[in-house]
Design a protein around this ligand. Structure first.
Ligand code: AP5
Length: 216
């Protein structure tokens, strides 16, 4: 098992970068946020429990997250390669991921921290729109669809994620400061963390991520 982790506050561009970086590589985009939203949509037991945390902008408990992550990884061959987006988010999750890697004789190859100013995060989350049909990601100003409210890829209707409402966004940013900054310090101490300026446009962000991955 191979692993790369993308860390960053809500709106830092983890999902946007991960999609493009994985294209044409053996790495699978592993977004715990997408997996939880799918579980909510399907009404599974995990989805029903997670929904209340997600609506409040809080983290889903570590134990539930690890069940979700391990169940997903168990479906793949032992040498699968993952680009983790939004996981781990706490030091406990990082420790549990490390245990999975040891069990699978895997390797954590890179930890990239996408760092963007708070005002940029707020602007990006406020303008984000998602396609209901295929999940493609747009932004009303930064990456607008060709036709208002319609997905360029499949023509599906675009919607705003419920947790992108302003009050929930503020709570998510607060949770990031309280919980995930300890995780950044954890990887810094291990000498694994690389910081990337994620405040510019998406093309620059993807180019910077690729450059760091190629150089490391
Ligand atoms: P999750 O879905 O992971 O949300 P998040 O981490 O808050 O991250 P976002 O998806 O909001 O932002 P992003 O960094 O991917 O930005 P994006 O590329 O979309 O998690 C949702 C919830 O699930 C959590 O709150 C929690 O409750 C739960 N959860 C998930 N994982 C968990 C875990 N491990 N443990 C516990 N709970 C967990 O970009 C945002 C917008 O900006 C888009 O519109 C995009 O088009 C635009 N944009 C992106 N980059 C750029 C750029 N460089 N320039 C211009 N525009 C850009």
């Amino acid at each position: 098992m191979r692993a790369i982790i993308l860390l960053g506050a809500p709106g830092a561009g983890k999902g946007t970068a991960a999609e493009r970086v994985c294209a044409g590589t053996p790495f699978r985009h592993f977004s715990t946020g997408d997996m939880l939203r799918e579980a909510v949509k399907q009404g599974t037991p995990v989805g029903r429990v997670s929904e209340t945390y997600m609506q409040r902008g809080e983290l889903v408990p570590d134990q539930i997250m690890m069940e979700v992550v391990e169940a997903r990884i168990a479906q793949d061959p032992p040498d699968a390669a993952y680009l983790f987006d939004g996981f781990p988010r706490t030091v406990r999750q990082a420790e549990l991921l490390e245990a999975v890697l040891v069990r699978r004789q895997g390797c954590l190859e890179h930890v990239l921290f996408l760092d963007a100013p708070r005002e940029v995060l707020l602007q990006r989350l406020g303008g984000r729109r998602i396609c209901r049909a295929c999940g493609a990601n747009f932004h009303m100003v930064n990456m607008p669809p060709r036709e208002a409210g319609r997905c360029d890829a499949c023509g599906g209707a675009l919607y705003q994620r419920p947790d992108d409402q302003e009050s929930t966004v503020l709570s998510r940013l607060d949770v990031f400061s309280r919980k995930t900054e300890a995780l950044i310090a954890h990887y810094e101490t291990l000498g694994l963390l690389r910081r990337i300026d994620a405040g510019g446009n998406a093309e620059r962000l993807v180019a910077d991520v690729m450059r760091v991955l190629a150089a490391a």
